[in-house]
Write a protein that binds this ligand. Structure first.
Ligand code: HAM
Length: 424
């Protein structure tokens, strides 16, 4: 029996993890600059949370959730996204009572969706997301978008497109929904089973149906833009003017609807425009979700946020030919020759590490040549060689790998000498 990673998942190997750590560092630093604090929620939640908040008629809830009964016969679901858990936590921990409003949170962690695997689409993927809950100020919409753009910028990406839309408030959505039902209703027999069930509950979903997208009735459907009321138009205008203040370019796309039900007012996506990028160009998606906290018994707490997958961020970097500075080197490799040298070498290794010097030694009983090869492979900047003669003399040979020079150094002065070479 040969075991492999389950379809749609991947092992992130040490040759790649360092890149993830760099991205996570950028995320943590950028969020700190914007005063977003990290939140960590469980990997699974009650299934009903997602059904209620993400929406019964969405693909995510209907087709993509990893749902299971636990031993107590309760239905649980591996989180397919982070907003519902964060809003649950906001309500559960009464964060609406915190003196600092809005509450600004971020998270980085695995999400699970049973999707068809392709480049950039996985069944387990890591989302970095941010949520600002408690304010209906259009300036915070622009702040949240700026945070996402800033993370990409700090990762070196330049080929980005921000697409915006307004989904309006409940009033405009209700009148638009009625118009859609009147538009599609008489012809619903031409549509797929999913669309039929969407008609009454959520006809907006018909517009991004993956089966019927070529049906001309979709192109001629009433546009939400024509149903936006005055307040929604004014709100959207403010968001755009705050983005203008920040010099963030955007395109307005009246067809941008997003795949989750909780959105209203601002909806946005950030795409990669790099030629090398695959078929899936969306790097990040988000929007406003006023009313979501009330949906699960909390007080009114308007929110906005986004999420981006780290996998797609790294793919976009690759497509743009951007890379981080080289994989971190090893500072020191300690070579020991003979039994007597092993103990002093082992102790030296520990001293080096206590001084925060990245170091390693041989544990495979290799000969001098083999140990030297390891040091080369690991890109060590300094090699310390301890043989029986060195032990007797209480010294070690220190070799600077960048210029090839070597020097005998007294044991007591080793750390200082090595530090000196490393900082040169
Ligand atoms: P979403 O559009 O479903 O929104 O996902 C956001 C991002 O997660 C996508 O743009 C993409 O980068 C990544 N993503 C989604 N599915 C996959 C997948 N199967 N494989 C790889 N990456 C994927 C949300 O999840 C919302 N919770 C965003 C949000 C936060 N809205 C408000 N606050």
């Amino acid at each position: 029996m040969i075991f492999k990673t389950p379809r749609g998942t991947q092992d992130i190997l040490p040759s790649e993890t360092w890149k993830w750590q760099r991205v996570e560092k950028i995320i943590n630093e950028t969020c700190d600059t914007y005063r977003y604090k990290e939140i960590r929620t469980p990997l699974f939640e009650q299934t009903e949370l997602f059904q209620r908040l993400v929406g019964e008629t969405t693909d995510v809830v209907q087709k993509e959730m990893y749902t299971f009964m636990d031993k107590g016969n309760r239905s649980m679901t591996l989180r397919p996204e982070g907003t519902a858990p964060v809003v649950r936590s906001f309500v559960e921990h009464k964060m609406f009572g915190y003196p600092d409003q809005p509450v600004k949170l971020f998270y980085t962690g695995p999400m699970f969706r049973y999707e068809r695997q392709q480049a950039g689409r996985y069944r387990q993927f890591v989302q970095f997301g941010a949520e600002a809950i408690g304010s209906a100020d259009p300036a915070i919409d622009a702040e949240v978008i700026a945070l996402a753009m800033d993370v990409y910028k700090r990762a070196g990406l330049t080929k980005l497109k921000l697409v915006l839309n307004s989904l309006g408030d409940t009033e405009c959505r209700t009148s638009h929904k009625e118009a859609l039902i009147a538009h599609f209703g008489p012809h619903i027999e031409e549509f797929c089973g999913d669309c039929k069930s969407r008609l009454e509950k959520n006809p907006l979903r018909i517009l991004d149906c993956k089966v019927d997208y070529k049906n001309p009735l979709i192109a001629s459907a009433p546009s939400l833009a024509d149903y936006l009321n005055e307040e929604s138009v004014a709100y959207f205008k403010e968001v755009k003017s705050y983005l203008d203040d920040l010099g963030i370019a955007y395109e307005v796309d009246a067809n941008l609807v997003r795949g989750l039900d909780y959105y209203n007012h601002t909806a946005f996506e950030i795409m990669s425009t790099s030629e090398g990028f695959g078929a899936i160009t969306t790097l990040c998606g988000g929007g406003r979700y006023n009313g979501l906290a009330e949906e699960i018994g909390g007080p009114s707490a308007p929110g906005i946020g986004f999420a981006m997958s780290i996998e797609r961020l790294l793919l976009a970097m690759e497509a743009e030919g951007k890379s981080f500075v080289d994989e971190p080197n090893l500072d020191v490799y300690v070579i020991t020759l003979g039994e007597e040298a092993k103990h002093p070498g082992f102790k030296l290794l520990s001293e080096l590490r206590s001084s925060d010097i990245r170091s390693d030694m041989d544990y495979m009983d290799r000969k001098m040549k083999g140990q030297m090869r390891s040091a080369d492979r690991l890109n060590a900047q300094v090699v310390v060689i301890i043989g029986e003669d060195e032990v007797a003399e209480n010294v070690a040979m220190v070799k600077n790998m960048s210029d090839g020079t070597q020097e005998k150094i007294a044991t007591g002065e080793l750390i200082e000498k090595i530090k000196d070479i490393l900082t040169r």
